[in-house]
Write a protein that binds this ligand. Sequence first.
Ligand code: ADP
Ligand code: 5GP
Length: 186
Amino acid sequence: MKKGKLIVVSGPSGIGKDTVVAEYLKRNDAYKSISCTSRKIREGDIPDKTYHFITKEEFENKIKNGELLEYTIYNNNYYGTLKNTIDEQLEKGKDVIMVIEVEGEANVKKIYPDAISIFLLPPSMDILKDRLINRGNVSPEDIEDRMKTAEREIATSVRYDYKIINDDLDNAVKSLENIIKNNINE
Ligand code: ADP
Ligand code: 5GP
């Protein structure tokens, strides 16, 4: 059986990664990897769907037990991908989408050199800030932290295989579909 493709989507917090990927999944068959995180549940989060929410101690145990494919600390919280499900889904022929930050992408590319990496860019930094604010449930300090991190992340986007500007949502989803379709037909 033909293996599935691994697709890594990165981009600054609030750019719309989850929105674009959720819309892609409504229109296409793929498996979205569910990460573990020690961050607090945010409005709109659904436990065990958006993330597996665990404590810092539980996360550190998973690191010790070698359960994670990759992990990082982002804005003082742990985030990581569980090893077990990714290969299982790829072997079944399912495409797997991981929504992770730039350090995670670099680690995944070392393990899966054929992974397709895609970076979502904001139309402007002001629009990015508006989206972060409108999503709600974050302090002004957190917004500033995320904006600073965003600048560093955008600087690394040059190494990604593809970049999509998430301006109009439908156009961004169509770009994602074209990239994945073209790679699958190779
Ligand atoms: P991320 O997963 O990158 O942190 P989200 O998917 O949570 O970002 O999106 C952040 C906010 O931006 C949400 O309120 C979402 O509804 C909004 N958003 C996402 N894509 C667009 C778009 N193309 N145009 C306008 N708003 C968008
Ligand atoms: P948020 O708190 O906005 O949900 O996520 C913060 C950042 O962590 C985002 O850039 C998100 O893509 C990234 N992230 C989520 N899960 C993982 C993961 O498992 N590994 C890595 N490296 N980053 C992740």
